[in-house]
Design a protein. Sequence first.
Length: 254
Amino acid sequence: MQDSTETKARAIQQMFSEIAPRYDLLNRVLSLGVDRLWRVAAVRAALEKNPSRILDLATGTGDIALLLKKVAPEAEVIGGDFAPPMLELARQKALKAGLEISFVEADALRLPFPDQRFDAVVIAFGFRNFTDYHRALVELYRVIAPGGRLCILEFPPPPRNGLGLLYRFYFTRILPLIGGLVSGNAAAYRYLPESVERFPDPDTLANMMNLAGFATRYQLFTGGITALHIGDKPSPAPASRVVRTGESDPDEPA
């Protein structure tokens, strides 16, 4: 089972490394530009608590990391991904924009960060590529500080309504054709709709996040085509005070 998981992870890593040069263009074309609005919503949710240390995991070419740094310039922003060619493009974009962001190679199942390292973690359209969702959530919970937040922006399986049926046709028939022509890797864009169909529905993902320890809620966008899950890691309960018999509470008048 472990070998199978690692083999799948290497195949996904290779696939995203190969499409890296055309990744940004394809995101814009294939989503008709709407993905920008979805990403802004994820960034707003991540910054709601004014975090000072933020991880953009599965950063790809760094779109979310750059947006986080632009909106919250005082925050430390780190972008992590398992595809080195993606990270190199992200570094070039940050350098061109004059933004100080660290980009590091990171496996979501074995994050190279200490416990409670981040106040917020954002994952945009990358969580479904993790080979073990439960293990990833456990790792994410580990590196998020108490009171911190996890934001997962992802494509759930298309809803069973008119828009969902239309989108499913686009996703399974049109997208692989366009993606293959532009990127030269048709297999990558056949994988995309397949990975979406296998992904947990929004309620199931929320339950998985709850089981990992997060207090979770989610919001659907564009008729249910995308979902933003927000998971807050509980803050530690305040220490209770014990007043010994015969002593007065220091907050009470003598």
